[in-house]
Design a protein. Structure first.
Ligand SMILES: O=P(O)(O)OC[C@@H](O)[C@@H](O)c1c[nH]c2ccccc12
Length: 261
């Protein structure tokens, strides 16, 4: 079994357990259900930098990245740096995140927040809304077209933006539909962990222009972003490059300053 299959198998069990303990009616009582979401896609279209900065303590590919920080401080730092949005890992077992991380980030900043999670069930979308997300991620590698349609439409009905992540042409072709806002190309193969930003370049022309194009993973220099912009990318998801430093907010600020220069 590859790592992605393992993560999904664990996720199915986790979601079933949570469903039996915390009913949907309880999630819907969250005050955050009444909050109007902010569209990340719209902000990215208007931004000249388009950075989505991630909070990620560890990952299956790198093990420990940074366990010493408070998500609130990271969120405030990113917001002050001028990022367009923040991605918060909520998977516990493989990434060391939690829904509480999302909640504390929400309490600390106004910028759009992406729930970074392996979504397989509508229940997780209700959780995303209840804990303050504005955007959800769907991963084409683990969903069929019908699931992508049902989940993305459910998210849209909650007022959430949808970022659909692909890694190859086949995943892209099966996924194109109007209930998606952003198309993300993951430069990291989630099955082998190989990283190459050429993946973004290769797929860029196959993404219809009505979707905001986002390049994800393995981005560590402004030169790469300047290059990817020529291929129509307007969003850039960066985790490790910021999180491995002592002050991710300060690193993001420095990065954005360089990008604007
Ligand atoms: O830390 P990086 O290489 O900058 O990558 C960030 C982000 O793209 C990556 O964490 C990611 C992209 N898609 C995912 C799906 C699940 C978990 C994590 C991810």
């Amino acid at each position: 079994m590859n790592i992605l299959d393992k993560i999904i198998a664990d996720k199915r069990r986790e979601v079933e357990l949570k469903k039996s303990l915390i009913p949907v009616s309880q999630l819907e009582k969250s005050v955050l259900f009444e909050r109007t979401s902010i569209s990340l896609a719209e902000l990215l279209r208007k931004s000249d930098t388009g950075i989505i900065a991630e909070h990620k303590r560890r990952s299956p590919s790198k093990s420990v990245i940074n366990q010493d920080l408070n998500v609130q401080d990271v969120a405030k730092g990113y917001e002050e740096a001028g990022v367009s949005g923040m991605s918060v890992l909520t998977d516990g077992k493989y990434f060391g995140g939690s829904l509480e991380d999302l909640l504390y980030a929400r309490a600390s900043v106004e910028i759009p927040l992406l729930r970074k999670e392996f979504i397989i069930d509508e229940y997780q979308l209700l959780e995303a809304k209840a804990y303050g997300a504005d955007v959800i991620l769907l991963i084409a590698a683990v969903l069929d077209r019908k699931q992508i349609k049902t989940l993305s439409e459910f998210a849209k009905n909650l007022g959430l933006d949808v970022l659909l992540e692909v890694h190859n042409e086949e995943e892209l072709e099966k996924s194109i539909m109007s209930s998606l806002d952003m198309l993300g190309v993951n430069n990291r193969n989630l099955k082998t962990f190989e990283v190459s930003t050429d993946t973004s370049k290769e797929l860029s022309e196959k993404i219809p222009s009505d979707f905001v194009k986002v390049s994800e993973s393995g981005i560590s220099s402004v030169e790469v972003i300047k290059d990817l912009k020529n291929y129509g990318f307007e969003g850039f998801l960066i985790g490790e490059n910021f999180m491995k430093t002592e002050d991710p907010g300060a690193s993001a600020k420095e990065f954005i300053k360089k990008l604007k220069a």
